[in-house]
Design a protein. Structure first.
Length: 252
């Protein structure tokens, strides 16, 4: 029977995830605090007066700034602060409402990323809009069997974090998630509707521990299957509490 193995929340777009034991999801909304913030990489299209979804190229991201993977992030739900920890052990707490608390962390990012920083760094958010690659308030689901299969084809043991997924599932055949469009994932307290496939980019080729590009996974996918899809987007259609380790049914 399929099982939800892990729940991941990525507080800051492009940075590392928080691993959650449980989360409450609301119908029609993204996972709480997932990609709630992004770091604008120099002046771009993000408009403070009308904040909303804009291209990921406006922000720090793995596809453009691979060494972001070396910086670990987490969201402190008690303080409401975003914490960034750098490879040298330096740690900074950023109050999203107080830009004066951001500067030390941004100086370290500028030193780490060098010329990949295009201008002033700025922590931004759009109320009601997750800073994801797509405008829809969906969650991403990654099939661990697909990651294992892809690793065998690539000749490496792949960390599933490469796929940047919210929900990591197991117990179904490799790549079978791609055929679930329109179907429901029914848990004890909520339901998800599978909406679309996820096409992978170069970000999946970055090792999340070493921050080194050590694979070309889009190419591996294309050579194996003729497409670059791995994982699916889902919509919360009936909200409730979701727990890691929970089994679920797949229903038409």
């Amino acid at each position: 029977m399929p099982i939800l193995e892990q729940i991941h929340r990525f507080p800051v777009k492009g940075f590392s995830p928080d691993r959650l034991d449980r989360v409450k999801l609301l119908a029609g909304q993204a996972l709480p605090h997932d990609r709630k913030w992004a770091i604008e990489n120099g002046p771009g299209q993000f408009d403070d007066t009308a904040p909303g979804h804009v291209s990921k190229k406006n922000f720090l991201m793995l596809a453009g700034q691979q060494h972001v993977a070396a910086v670990k992030s987490r969201f402190d739900e008690v303080s409401g602060e975003v914490v960034l920890r750098f490879p040298d052990g330096a740690e900074f707490s950023l109050d999203p409402e107080d830009a004066s608390t951001h500067q030390a962390a941004f100086a370290n990012l500028e030193a780490l990323l060098g010329p990949q920083v295009r201008g002033r760094l700025r922590l931004v958010q759009a109320p009601g809009q997750a800073m994801t690659d797509i405008p829809e308030p969906y969650l991403s689901v990654i099939n661990l069997a697909s990651v294992r299969d892809l690793g065998e084809r690539a000749g490496a043991l792949l960390d599933p974090v490469r796929m940047r997924g919210n929900l990591l599932i197991d117990g179904i055949e490799a790549c079978s998630e791609l055929d679930l469009i329109g179907k429901r994932l029914v848990f004890e307290n909520l339901q998800l509707r599978v909406r679309s496939r996820i096409t992978r980019c170069v970000a999946t080729s970055i090792n999340p521990e070493t921050a080194i590009k050590d694979q070309d996974l889009p190419r591996t996918l294309f050579e194996a299957f003729g497409h670059m899809d791995c994982g699916v987007y889902v919509e919360v259609t009936e909200g409730g509490e979701l727990r890691a380790g929970e089994h679920f049914d797949i229903i038409d």
